[in-house]
Write a protein that binds this ligand. Structure first.
Ligand SMILES: Cc1ncc(COP(=O)(O)O)c(C=O)c1O
Length: 470
C-alpha cells in the first residue's frame, strides 16, 4: 500500500474531485453525482397533447396523433413508412411475420442482445440461430452471419448496441447476395446514423422500442419502419387483428391471420412531445460519445469501442467501453464496475449476458416450444459457441445514456477512471477483502454509492430493478 492509500484507508474524507484523491470505496468522499436529472424527462407538450386526447374521445388506435407520429418518426429515420405497435418485442415479431417467417425457419440473431431479439423468433416457432459478435463493436459479426446461413435461413436480425452500429455495408451485402432480408433491431439506436442515413432505414424492416428507459419513450411502445409498401400493409394488418388498413391499395394487401398488437393515442401524444426535443438530445449524446471515447483512448486500463467512419452519428441507449484487466494488477472487472459506480452515483453495469447463458433466455422452460424433439433441440441456446460474446461480457462496462446528456459528466467519468487506476493496488486488496469495512457506511450518501465489495454487489441496478425494467 502506498502512503496515500494507507492514509486514505484509515481516514476517509478527501474530496473526490481529481485523479489524485481517494476512491469512494476506499473511503474517499463522493463528489457530486453525475447526471442527477432523472429519466424519463418531460419535454413540454405532454400534458397539452394528453388533454387533447382525453377530450377528443379518440383514445385507441388509428387516431390523428398516431398518424402524425408515424409520419414524423418514419421520416426522421429515413424510412418510407412507420407503424406504432405495442412494444419493441412485438415490433420484431411482426416484422418477422410480415416477411412470412414461420415454423422451423432459421433467424440469425446476435449472441449479445436483450433476450427479446431471439424471443421474437421463438414466439413464431422459428429457430433463433445465435451468431457471435465483433470484438471491436460488440455487434453481430458479418463473418459469423455468413458462416451460419443455411437453406433454411429466412431472416437476419442485426442489433445496434452500446454506441456501435452493426456493419450495415457488409450485412446488407451478405443479405442481398443470399436473398435474405435483414431486420434492424434499433431499440438502442434511435437517431443514430450509418453513412448519414438513419438506423431503421437500412434493413428491409427496422424495429424500435419506446420502453421506459429508452432514449425515446412513452413508458411502453414499439415501432416498425419499412420502405416497402406491401410490408407496410402486412405490418398494419398484423398489428390490428388482420384488418386491412383504410386506404390500402389492392396490389399491396393480402389477408393475414393476427391478433391485437396496437398502440394508443396516449402513447402517440407523449412520443410527439418527446420528439420535439429528441434530435437535440441525440446530438448531445453524439458529441459526448466522441468526447468520452477520446478520453478513454488516452487513459490506462480502459479502451473505447471501435468507431468506424460509417458510424456518422451515435445516440446510444447504453454507452460501452472495455476494461483491460491485465493493466489493473489484480482488480477484476466486477470490482472496477462497483468502484466506478460508487464514484459516479449512476449505474455502471456489464453488457447483456450472451444468450447461450442468459438467465432470461430459457426456451426449455416453456412447453409451448416443445412442438417436436427436433425443434426442442434446435432452440437450445447452449448448442451455440460464442467466445467473442463471452469475452465481451467479461470486459464490457456500460453507462446509462443519461450520462451522455450531462456535458459536465464527461471529465468526471474520465477523472474517476484515472483515480481508480492510480489506486488499483488498494482496490485489488479491497476486492480480495483486505480493506472491507474501512469506510463507515454513514459517510456515503448518493444512493447507489455503497462500499460493499463486488462479491456482495448486485451488478448495478439491473439486479434490483423491478421485473421487466431492463
Ligand atoms: C435490443 C432490444 N431489442 C428489443 C427490445 C424489446 O423492446 P420492448 O421492451 O419494448 O419489448 C429491447 C428492450 O429492452 C432491447 O433492448
Amino acid at each position: 500500500m502506498t502512503s496515500t492509500e494507507q492514509a486514505g484507508a484509515t481516514s476517509a474524507g478527501s474530496a473526490a474531485t481529481g485523479a489524485g484523491s481517494l476512491p469512494v470505496v476506499l473511503g474517499g468522499a463522493p463528489g457530486p453525482a453525475v447526471a442527477p436529472e432523472r429519466w424519463p424527462r418531460p419535454a413540454g407538450r405532454e400534458m397539452e397533447l394528453l388533454e387533447q386526447v382525453v377530450r377528443s374521445g379518440i383514445w385507441g388506435f388509428d387516431g390523428p396523433l398516431e398518424a402524425e407520429f408515424e409520419r414524423e418518426f418514419a421520416a426522421y429515420t429515413g424510412a418510407g413508412y412507420g407503424l406504432a405497435v405495442s412494444n419493441g418485442t412485438v415490433a420484431l415479431q411482426l416484422a418477422l411475420e410480415a416477411l412470412d417467417v414461420g415454423a422451423g425457419d432459421e433467424v440469425i440473431v446476435p449472441g449479445v442482445t436483450w433476450q427479446a431479439t431471439a424471443a421474437a423468433a421463438l414466439d413464431i416457432n422459428a429457430v433463433p440461430v445465435l451468431a457471435d459478435i465483433e470484438p471491436g463493436t460488440y455487434c453481430i459479426d458479418p463473418a459469423e452471419v455468413e458462416r451460419l446461413i443455411t437453406p433454411r435461413t429466412r431472416a437476419i436480425i442485426v442489433v445496434h448496441l452500446y454506441g456501435s452500429l452493426a456493419d450495415m455495408d457488409r450485412i446488407g451485402e451478405i443479405g442481398a447476395r443470399h436473398g435474405i432480408p435483414v431486420i434492424e433491431d434499433c431499440a438502442h439506436a434511435h437517431g443514430s446514423r450509418w453513412r448519414d442515413r438513419g438506423a431503421g432505414s437500412w434493413g428491409t424492416l427496422g424495429c424500435f422500442s419506446f420502453q421506459l428507459f429508452k432514449t425515446l419513450t412513452a413508458g411502453e411502445g414499439g415501432f416498425v419502419t419499412t420502405s416497402d409498401p406491401a410490408l407496410r400493409e402486412a405490418v398494419y394488418s398484423l398489428r390490428n387483428c388482420g384488418r386491412r388498413r383504410p386506404g390500402a391499395p389492392d396490389e399491396n394487401w393480402r389477408p393475414i391471420q393476427s391478433g391485437n398488437y396496437r398502440s394508443t393515442e396516449f402513447q402517440a401524444a407523449v412520443l410527439l412531445a418527446q420528439l420535439d426535443v429528441f434530435d437535440d438530445q441525440a446530438s448531445q449524446r453524439d458529441r459526448n460519445v466522441a468526447r468520452l471515447e477520446a478520453s478513454l483512448a488516452e487513459l490506462p486500463g480502459v479502451a473505447p469501442m471501435d468507431a468506424p467512419p460509417q458510424r456518422t452519428r451515435i445516440s446510444p441507449y447504453e454507452f460501452a467501453f472495455k476494461f483491460r484487466e491485465h493493466e489493473w494488477d489484480g482488480v477484476p472487472a466486477a470490482a472496477f464496475r462497483a468502484a466506478l459506480e460508487a464514484e459516479l452515483g449512476v449505474e455502471v453495469d456489464t453488457i447483456n449476458e450472451p444468450l447461450n447463458a442468459a438467465p432470461l433466455y430459457q426456451p426449455h422452460t416453456k412447453r409451448r416450444y416443445r412442438t417436436s424433439d427436433a425443434y426442442w433441440a434446435a432452440v437450445d441456446p447452449a448448442r451455440f459457441e460464442l467466445p467473442a460474446a463471452r469475452a465481451a461480457y467479461a470486459e464490457g462496462v456500460t453507462l446509462p445514456h443519461k450520462v451522455l446528456l450531462d456535458d459536465d459528466a464527461i471529465p468526471v467519468v474520465s477523472d474517476a477512471i484515472a483515480r481508480l487506476h492510480e489506486h488499483r493496488h488498494a482496490l485489488a486488496r479491497w476486492h480480495s477483502g483486505g480493506l472491507r469495512g474501512v469506510a463507515p457506511p454513514g459517510q456515503h450518501s448518493g444512493g447507489l454509492r455503497g462500499v460493499a465489495p463486488p462479491g456482495q454487489h448486485s451488478g448495478g441496478l439491473r439486479g434490483v430493478a423491478p421485473p421487466g425494467q431492463h
